[in-house]
Design a protein around this ligand. Structure first.
Ligand code: TXA
Ligand code: MG
Length: 346
């Protein structure tokens, strides 16, 4: 199939909405990452999404809406907590999981009896959702297993010829996927960390728990979000996170690169960039500006893939606040491999 290139103007949004209403697939920008959209109430659209991404069909999709009235067709009982969080964070990078109505096709929810819902904070996305009929099911617009797209060119790399159109809205704002909170149980539980942090959620809800599998792999526990089970955000090269005092970290990475016969890449920060003596050195931004680190991460991993980098060493960051989301993605990209330097050498 020929993939159509669309811009953010009104005519393009009309065209994209028409494609979606007819059951086609359109990639579109949101504030977090690009999504691969299909009509949430059309089971064929959901099947096409799984096929285009090469994604297992038991991994449910997020339904994107543009207004609060749309909730009624998705869930039979809207929990008070959803209203509280929506008032605080919607439109925004927060996805909430609630009980679903039987009318919503089980293809969209990967066979689960719950549905993940998000109202994105992005004018083009909201306009598209409204024109397409109010409900766009959309996973991130990457091929399954690759880093999520933060630029339209990333979507072209992965999905050209496999979807009907790509709506180019330039670079996204945040660069990691939305926070997912499960409201279907007793205690609200974070299934995926994101820009909306644990602290921000507990300020509104009180008690919030965090899925314990997020920062540590645990062979005996299954992550609650099916998508968090799969190896994800994976660069082609093998990646390791290096922890310790800044000087120990740069020394260890320099030593390993010196001794390696493979093509090495370093993910570092503006503060340390000049200290690396070999390999392809890529700063993710200022160490104290986590929003820059988050926005650059997937882009840098894709650049390393293009350059044929076989071994990646990355500095690590405190897993607090938004840092929890950044470290969760880095750990997954690294398959949870951590090198400790200094007193605690492995
Ligand atoms: O920022 C985002 O959330 C982006 C943009 C496009 O909105 N979307 C996104 O979708 O990241 P995706 O499909 O790549 O990730 C959705 C995650 C998956 O891990 C999936 O398993 C989980 O949400 N999920 C969806 N519905 C669920 C449900 N009912 N119960 C538990 N987990 C669910
Ligand atoms: Mg994804």
């Amino acid at each position: 199939m020929m993939t159509l290139e669309l811009k953010e103007d009104e005519t393009s949004i009309h065209k994209a909405a028409a494609i979606l209403r007819e059951g086609g697939l359109v990639a579109f920008p949101t504030e977090t990452v690009y999504g691969l959209g299909g009509d949430a109430f059309n089971p064929d659209s959901a099947r096409r999404i799984y096929a285009a991404k090469g994604r297992p069909s038991d991994n449910p999709l997020i339904v994107h809406i543009a207004d609060m009235e749309s909730l009624d067709r998705l869930c039979p009982r809207i929990p008070e907590r959803l209203h509280l969080l929506a008032d605080a964070f919607w439109p925004g990078p927060l996805t909430m999981i609630v009980e679903k109505r039987p009318e919503l096709p089980s293809e969209t929810t990967g066979g689960l009896d719950t549905v993940a819902i998000r109202m994105p904070h992005h004018e083009t996305a909201l306009a598209l959702i409204r024109e397409a009929g109010g409900y766009i099911a959309a996973p991130s617009a990457n091929a399954s297993g690759r880093p999520s797209p933060t630029l339209a060119s990333h979507v072209w790399e992965d999905l050209n010829g496999r979807i009907d159109a790509i709506l180019d809205g330039g670079e996204v704002g945040i660069g990691v996927e939305s926070t997912i909170v499960d409201l279907s149980g007793e205690v609200p539980t974070i299934l995926r960390p994101g820009y909306i942090t644990e602290e921000m959620l507990s300020r509104v809800l009180g008690e919030v728990s965090v899925d314990p599998t997020l920062m540590h792999p645990d062979a005996t526990a299954r992550p609650k979000a099916p998508g968090m089970r799969y190896r994800h955000y994976a660069p082609k090269g093998s990646m390791q996170l290096v922890e310790g005092e800044a000087a120990d970290v740069t020394a260890e990475i320099n030593r390993r690169i010196r001794e390696s016969s493979l093509r090495c890449g370093v993910l570092c920060t503006d503060e340390t960039k000049a200290l690396y003596e070999g390999g392809l050195v890529r700063s993710l931004g200022n160490r104290n500006d986590l929003s820059s680190i988050a926005l650059q991460l997937y882009r840098a991993l894709r650049e390393f893939d293009k350059e044929g980098i076989e071994e990646i060493y990355s500095e690590s960051f405190p897993a607090e606040g938004f840092g929890q989301a950044v470290m969760n993605r880095m750990l997954k990209a690294a398959g949870y491999r951590i090198l400790k330097t200094g007193g605690n050498k492995q």
